[in-house]
Design a protein around this ligand. Structure first.
Ligand code: FE2
Length: 241
């Protein structure tokens, strides 16, 4: 099963998707590329928003998609979030509700400034809380900063952009083989076909390694509740997350 673990496809939840029509276009693009499932990861900024208001906005977007989109013809969508790590995030009430729906897997985005010890301890605190943190697009950071966290059991996701050009390509492949990189993502914003081509390029470039990563992602999402599951048990599908 091909899974895109990182995409901004929920209408008006962030700058990645402006309308239900755009969400339909994005999901069509994802489907046409042969991707079976996509984790919808609108940005959540704990320094700007509350979890309650974020979830209310996301539920509105999911309702609009249920109402307006032909979901049975589109890839499986798992509601989630891309959560910016701020110091103390691990103590935030209801943090679990930002995990991929139905799971304890949470996508964390590190800031682009220097990572303080407190910030690193925050990520470890999220893990200690019982969540499974996956660091978003580790290709955007210095691997010297990232790898100590991976050595402590934090998991990682790589964006398709990492494979063109191929800086650190070999190291990413090693991290995939070591089971530390467990997800691949398009980080799609808007419905640009050229952007999704990068995901296809990465898949092709990685070959069997990509298949092994997708299998790991699928295992992580074993209990995830989709927005709509083709031919699935409707009772299990997420209604209100
Ligand atoms: Fe993103």
């Amino acid at each position: 099963m091909v899974i895109d673990f990182h995409a901004h496809i929920l209408p008006r939840c962030d700058h990645g998707c402006h309308s239900s029509a755009m969400a339909q276009e994005q999901l069509r693009l994802i489907k046409d590329a042969g991707t079976d499932a996509v984790v919808a990861t609108p940005h959540f900024y704990p320094n700007e928003d509350s979890i309650a208001s974020f979830l209310a906005g996301r539920e509105g977007a999911l309702d609009a998609m249920r109402e307006k989109l032909s979901l049975q013809e589109l890839p499986i969508v798992y509601p989630a979030a891309e959560v910016l790590v701020c110091e103390g995030l691990h103590k935030m009430k209801d943090l679990e509700s930002l995990a991929v729906s139905g799971t304890n897997v949470i996508l964390l985005e590190m800031p682009f400034r220097r990572w303080s010890e407190a910030l690193i301890n925050t990520v470890l605190g999220v893990k200690a809380r019982g969540l499974v943190p996956v660091l978003a697009h580790i290709n955007r950071y210095d691997l010297e900063n990232v790898e100590p966290l991976l050595d402590k059991g934090v998991l990682a996701q790589v964006n398709a952009e990492a494979f063109a050009p191929f800086k650190n390509f070999k190291r990413y492949v090693e991290l995939m083989r070591e089971g530390k990189v467990v997800a691949l993502g398009s980080d799609l914003h808007e419905a640009k076909r050229a952007d999704y081509k990068r995901f296809l390029h990465m898949k092709k470039k990685l070959g069997a390694v990509a298949d092994a990563v997708f299998a790991k992602t699928e295992a992580l999402l074993k209990n995830a509740t989709p927005l709509y599951q083709p031919n699935g048990d409707k009772a299990k599908q997420t209604q209100s997350v």
